[in-house]
Write a protein that binds this ligand. Structure first.
Ligand code: BGC
Length: 343
C-alpha cells in the first residue's frame, strides 16, 4: 500500500474510532431505563387504587439523571386469562420488571413461565401466591402486609371500646351480638382477619354471639346488600359489625342509612385498611375504628425492589424474609394517631 493510501486508511479508522467512542460515551451518560409493568385484579378495588397511586409516587421519587422510570398499568377486570395476556403485552412493550396483583392467587403459572422465558422479574403484591409457586423461579418476589396481624388488632380495638362503652351491649344481656362481612374466599387476608378478630375479642373476656356472616368480596355495594339481608333478619339485635375491610364496613353503614335508622340505633362498625374514605368515616365517628394497611410502606418497598432488580444495585438495603418476601406491619388507628395517617 502506498503511503497516501496508508494515511487515508488510518484517517478513516481514526474517524470511526472517534465515532464509536463518542457513541459509547453517550451510552454511558444515558439514564438507565426502568419500565415497570403493573397489572391488578380489578379496578373497582378501592385499596388497590390507593396503593397503585402510592407506587407511582414512590417510583417518581427514585427518578434521577441516572434513572428514567415509566409505569404502565393494566386492569385485569377480574379475569386471570386477561391478566395472562396483559403480562405478555407488557413484556412485549419492553417492561423490564413486573408488579403483579394476581386475579387468582392460586393460578400464576402462565405468568411465571412468560416472565422466566423473557427473564423479567416479578414482584407479586397484595395477593400472595402459594409458597410452592413462589419457588418456581428465583426471579419471583412478594411484597405485602403480614396477614396474621390486622384481625387481632381489629379485635383489640373492638374489645377496648366494648369494655369502655357499655351502651354497645344494648339489650344488656352481657353478650355482644355480632355479624361479620368477609372478603373474597381464598384470599390470604380474608382467611385470617375474621378468625383472629373473634379470637382476640374472646380472649379479652368479651362474650360473643354470632348472628350471621356474609361474603361481600371486599366490595362496598355487595356489603350493603349482605347487610340489608342480615338487618332484615335481626332488625334491632346487631350490636357489632366486624368487616374485613373499610369498604365493606362503609357498605354496612350505607345499609343502616338506607333503612333510615337513627344513628343511636346503629351498631358499632370496625374496618381494616385506613382508606381515604375509611379514615374520613373514623373522623366523622361513623366508623369506630380501623387498622392501617400500610400502602405507603408497601409501595416504597415495591419501588425500591423494582429499581434494585433492574439496576442490580440496592438489594442489600431491603429486608427479605426467606429471600423473597417483604412484609409490612399494620397499625391500629385511634383518635390519638389518626392525624398521622391523613393525606
Ligand atoms: C385489602 C382489601 C383489598 C384486598 C384486595 C386486602 O389486603 O384489605 O381492601 O380489597 O386486599 O386484594
Amino acid at each position: 500500500m502506498g503511503v497516501r493510501k496508508y494515511l487515508a486508511a488510518m484517517m478513516v479508522i481514526s474517524v470511526c474510532m472517534q465515532f464509536f467512542c463518542a457513541c459509547g460515551k453517550q451510552q454511558a451518560d444515558m439514564p438507565q431505563k426502568i419500565q415497570v409493568g403493573v397489572t391488578f385484579y380489578n379496578q373497582s378495588d378501592i385499596f388497590l387504587n390507593e396503593l397503585i397511586a402510592c407506587l407511582k409516587q414512590q417510583l417518581g421519587l427514585l427518578e434521577s439523571d441516572r434513572l428514567e422510570i415509566t409505569m404502565m398499568v393494566r386492569d385485569a377486570a377480574g379475569s386471570q386469562r386477561t391478566q395472562d395476556d396483559q403480562v405478555e403485552e407488557l413484556i412485549a412493550m419492553g417492561c423490564n420488571v413486573l408488579c403483579v396483583n394476581l386475579v387468582d392467587r392460586a393460578d400464576p403459572s402462565e405468568i411465571i413461565d412468560l416472565a422466566r422465558e423473557n427473564d423479567v422479574p416479578i414482584i407479586f403484591f397484595n395477593r400472595e401466591p402459594v409458597a410452592e409457586d413462589m419457588q418456581q423461579w428465583d426471579g419471583l418476589y412478594y411484597v405485602g402486609a403480614d396477614a396474621s396481624q390486622p384481625g387481632a388488632l381489629q379485635g383489640e380495638l373492638a374489645a377496648e371500646m366494648i369494655q369502655k362503652d357499655d351502651w354497645i351491649d344494648r339489650d344488656k344481656d352481657g353478650k355482644i351480638q355480632y355479624v361479620v362481612l368477609e372478603g373474597e374466599p381464598g384470599h390470604q387476608d380474608a382467611i385470617f382477619r375474621t378468625e383472629n378478630a373473634v379470637d382476640t375479642l374472646k380472649r379479652s373476656g368479651i362474650e360473643l354471639e354470632k348472628l350471621g356472616s356474609g361474603i361481600a368480596n371486599w366490595d362496598r355495594a355487595q356489603a350493603q346488600n349482605r347487610m340489608l339481608q342480615m338487618i332484615g333478619q335481626y332488625p334491632n339485635q346487631i350490636e357489632l359489625v366486624l368487616a374485613n375491610n373499610d369498604a365493606m364496613a362503609l357498605g354496612a353503614i350505607d345499609a343502616y342509612e338506607k333503612l333510615n335508622y337513627t344513628e343511636s340505633a346503629f351498631p358499632v362498625f370496625f374496618g381494616i385498611d385506613g382508606t381515604e374514605a375509611g379514615l374520613k368515616a373514623v373522623i366523622d365517628s361513623k366508623l369506630s375504628g380501623t387498622v392501617y394497611n400500610d400502602k405507603e410502606g408497601q409501595a416504597a418497598a415495591m419501588a425500591k425492589l423494582a429499581a434494585a432488580l433492574v439496576t442490580e444495585d440496592g438489594m442489600d438495603s431491603l429486608e427479605f424474609e426467606n429471600d423473597k418476601y417483604i412484609y409490612l406491619s399494620y397499625f391500629k388507628i385511634t383518635d390519638d394517631n389518626i392525624k398521622n395517617f391523613l393525606p
